[in-house]
Design a binder for this molecule. Structure first.
Ligand code: UD1
Ligand code: UDP
Length: 376
């Protein structure tokens, strides 16, 4: 039987982390011929992940520019992907998530009538501007692709409700696979030390909806939490987007007990999650990882496309209002009862076997096996 040529296309840190387990697994199976195209919508943060998972791209569009706009990213990916798709002519394109890289890569493959699979399909907030532009990116992707790898039962239900045309298979989220792989295989050292008895809050922020006033509101809450609690330290790996980094440096540099850090490599970041007591974030991936370590998350957003976290009580949606962030954080700092309410035994997002399910499904899809594998 002819080998199935699969082209992966991704461009940002979270896409790389979440596709790495699938790439690693498929590469071991000779029935697949794996090609990798990175758009490099992110540069250093993408390279950190490529390095740690030892992924060497076959194509690198190298598009990142300082202060890039959605227009810049879209047109560069569209142009670059035309060339790569014509050169590789794959049987399947695999993308992940909801970035501009993912959406435009899908659009390019559609223009070439190439089959497409989407990892992490079916996340929805049903608010077109939150998160922006990701909610619309993923909705459009769902209407184009042939295979939807939905992480949870809920994401499958959203896709069914929308009457999307492709197949749907529930896999669990591949980020849990990535996390297990790295925790098992990589040693990491934190870039600083914390006082042994101190509580550590891990902070990350990068969403477009939070640029400007919401970001200042979040930082004001952090300053207040630190001044009210001298046993608390904040570790904050700052996203290099100038819309974030500039304000973070202006408002937080020099504040006692805050550690402003460069983006951490994935192994070090996971170690930081383990050392932390509370996580404040607007990140998607971190919400999915935190339950594995039993760390409560306060979500710095107004809407979420991951309702599982709220339902299974691994996170609480707090938004960006300064007082609300302070109140919710203070509850977790001062009450063991409140803290335990946000710590569960299982991770609702995955079990670390998502990549295996995707592999099995592709064998079934391309006729190597007859039996449809079982959903997560
Ligand atoms: C992108 C994704 C978002 C995802 C996030 C993960 C879109 C529209 N947004 O947002 O969905 O959650 O990545 O982090 O696809 N930069 C660097 N070095 C890097 C990466 C970024 O300097 O390694 C700076 C550059 O100045 C760049 C800017 O950050 O122009 C913004 O990057 P961009 O990918 O457009 O937006 P993100 O906010 O990172
Ligand atoms: N992450 C990392 N280093 C950091 C911050 C985050 O490796 O300094 C990882 C984190 O563990 C998660 C992913 O990056 O897997 C989340 O990326 P981000 O928050 O940028 O994007 P999102 O998940 O919101 O799309």
């Amino acid at each position: 039987m002819k080998r199935v040529k699969v082209l992966f296309c991704f461009g940002t840190r979270p896409e790389a982390i979440k596709l790495a387990p699938v790439i690693t697994l498929l590469k071991k199976d000779k029935r697949f011929d794996i090609k990798i195209c990175v758009t490099a919508q992110h540069r250093e943060m993408l390279d950190q992940v490529l390095g740690i998972f030892k992924i060497v791209p076959d194509h690198d569009l190298n598009i990142m520019a300082e202060r890039q706009t959605l227009f810049d990213v879209s047109q560069k990916v569209l142009k670059g992907m035309k060339r790569v798709l014509e050169y590789e002519d794959p049987n399947l394109l695999i993308v992940q998530g909801d970035t501009t890289t993912s959406f435009i890569a899908v659009l390019s493959a559609f223009y070439k009538k190439i089959k497409i699979a989407h990892v992490e399909a079916g996340l929805r907030s049903y608010d077109k501007y939150q998160p922006f532009p990701e909610e619309i990116n993923r909705r459009l992707i769902s209407h184009i692709v042939d295979i939807n790898f939905a992480p949870t039962q809920k994401s499958k239900q959203y896709l069914i409700k929308e009457n999307i045309p492709g197949e749907i298979f529930i896999t669990g989220n591949t980020v849990v696979d990535a996390l297990h792989i790295i925790v098992k295989t990589k040693k990491a050292k934190l870039p600083m030390t914390f006082c042994d008895n101190n509580k550590v809050i891990l902070l990350t922020v990068h969403r477009r909806e939070n640029f400007g006033a919401p970001l200042s509101d979040i930082f004001n809450a952090i300053k207040r939490i630190l001044s009210d609690n001298n046993f608390v330290e904040v570790a904050y790996p700052v996203h290099p987007n100038p819309n974030v980094a500039r304000i973070a440096n202006r408002e937080l540099r020099g504040v006692k007990n805050i550690h402003l850090l460069k983006p951490l490599d994935y192994a070090t970041f996971l170690k930081m999650m383990m050392r932390s007591d509370i996580i404040l974030t607007d990140s998607g991936g971190i919400q999915e990882e935190a339950p594995t370590f039993g760390k409560p998350v306060l979500i710095l957003r107004k809407k979420t496309e991951r309702p599982e976290a709220i339902e299974f009580r691994t996170a609480r949606l707090v938004g960006t209002n300064t007082s609300r962030i302070i109140i919710e954080t203070q509850k977790l700092l001062s009450s063991a009862f409140e803290y335990r309410k946000l710590v569960q035994k299982n991770n609702p997002f995955g079990d670390g076997k998502a990549a295996r399910r995707i592999h099995k499904y592709l064998l079934y899809y391309f006729g190597y096996t007859k039996k449809r594998p079982r959903d997560f």
